[in-house]
Design a protein around this ligand. Structure first.
Ligand code: SF4
Length: 317
C-alpha cells in the first residue's frame, strides 16, 4: 500500500488535545535510509518529476525498499483533495495533472528495471473522472515501454463515480487492483469520516465482477483501537467480495495532529491474524508490524500467482 493508507479518506483532524506520542517498540525501529540505491532512486524520481508515497506518507520501509530500487509512484500530484486522520499527504487544491506523468512513470520503471510496479495516487475529487483516466494512461504507457513489468494499482474510492472509474481502469488491464479498507467499520467516523466502508467493499467486488482474472488486494492498519473479532469480520467481508490478498500492518502516527496509536500490536499477534486470514481462504496474506500495501509487493505477487495456479489445478482434480 503505498503505505497502508490509500490516501483516499477524509479528515478527522481537529484541534482536540492529543496524547503524547508513544515510544515505538523495538520491532518497529528501522535503519536510517542511506545507501547508493536509495540515493539513485531519489535522484531518478526528482529528475522525472515523480512523487512517491514512500516519501509523502513517511513510510518506515523507505531505506530497505529504495535500496532495492523499489518505489511506489504516486500519480496525480502531491496534494490530496481529502485529509485523512492517518495520512501524511498534503491536503488542498491540487495542481494541474502533469501530462508527462504516464511517460515518466514508464521511463522510471524501465530505468529501474522493475519486474513489478505499484502505482497509487492522491484523491482527486476535483476531476470529473476522479483521476481514473490518468491511471489508464499510466498503465498504457507501462505496457508500451516495459511490457514485461507487472502492474499493481492502489486506487482511491472514486466517490460518486466508482463504477465508471473501475470499468475504465479494469479495461486497461492491471495485474493487481488494490483498494484498502484501512480499518474496521466502527472506526470509520473518526478514521475515514468521508468514506463509506461498504462503498469500498463494493469497489473491490466491482473489480472482480468486471474481470475475475485481476487479482484484488486490500489492507487494514492495526493499532487504531479495533477489536480482534472486528478484524476477523473485515477478513470475512473481504473474502465475501472475493479479495485475493490481505495486508495488515501497524498504524504509525505521522505527526501529533494525526490519529493516536492506541496499541502497538505484537509480532505474535500479527502472526495469529495471518494464520486466521490464511484459514479464511485468501490466496496471499501479509501480516507484520511493518507490512504496508506495497511492501514486498513483487515477491508477494509471484506467490499469489502461484497459489492461484495451484488452486485451479486442485479444482480440476
Ligand atoms: S513499503 Fe511501499 S511505500 Fe513503503 S517504502 Fe516500500 S514501496 Fe514505498
Amino acid at each position: 500500500m503505498g503505505a497502508m493508507n490509500d490516501l483516499s479518506t477524509p479528515v478527522g483532524r481537529d484541534d482536540a488535545p492529543r496524547a503524547p506520542r508513544q515510544r515505538k517498540p523495538d520491532w518497529i525501529r528501522v535503519k536510517a535510509p542511506m545507501s547508493e540505491g536509495y540515493n539513485e532512486t531519489r535522484k531518478l524520481m526528482r529528475e522525472l518529476n515523480l512523487n512517491t508515497v514512500c516519501e509523502e506518507a513517511a513510510c518506515p520501509n523507505i531505506g530497505e525498499c529504495w535500496t532495492k530500487k523499489h518505489a511506489t509512484v504516486m500519480i496525480l500530484g502531491d496534494v490530496c483533495t481529502r485529509a485523512c486522520a492517518f495520512c501524511n499527504v498534503k491536503t488542498g487544491m491540487p495542481r494541474m495533472v502533469d501530462p508527462m506523468e504516464p511517460e515518466n512513470t514508464a521511463v522510471a520503471a524501465a530505468k529501474m528495471g522493475l519486474q513489478h510496479i505499484v502505482i497509487t495516487s492522491v484523491d482527486r475529487d476535483d476531476l470529473p473522472d476522479g483521476g481514473a483516466g490518468q491511471f489508464v494512461k499510466v498503465i498504457e504507457a507501462l505496457r508500451r515501454t516495459t511490457p514485461e513489468t507487472t502492474i499493481e494499482i492502489l486506487t482511491p474510492d472514486f466517490r460518486g463515480k466508482m463504477r465508471e472509474a473501475v470499468e475504465a481502469i479494469c479495461e486497461a488491464g492491471p495485474d493487481v487492483y488494490n483498494h484498502n479498507l484501512e480499518t474496521v467499520p466502527r472506526l470509520y467516523p473518526t478514521i475515514r469520516p468521508g468514506a463509506r466502508y461498504y462503498a469500498s467493499l463494493r469497489l473491490l467486488e466491482e473489480v472482480k465482477r468486471h474481470d475475475p482474472l485481476i487479482f484484488t488486494k486490500s489492507g487494514i492498519m492495526l493499532g487504531l483501537g479495533e477489536q480482534r473479532l472486528e478484524v476477523h469480520q473485515v477478513m470475512d467481508d473481504m473474502r465475501s467480495a472475493d479479495v485475493d490478498f490481505i495486508t495488515m500492518g501497524q498504524y504509525l502516527q505521522p505527526t501529533p495532529k494525526h490519529a493516536n496509536v492506541e496499541e502497538f500490536v505484537t509480532p505474535k499477534a500479527f502472526n495469529a491474524y495471518g494464520s486466521i486470514a490464511r484459514a479464511k481462504g485468501f490466496l496471499q496474506v501479509a501480516s507484520s508490524p511493518l507490512t504496508r500495501s506495497s511492501y514486498h509487493a513483487g515477491e508477494d505477487f509471484e506467490q499469489m500467482r502461484k497459489a492461484r495456479a495451484e488452486k485451479l489445478a486442485r479444482q480440476k482434480g
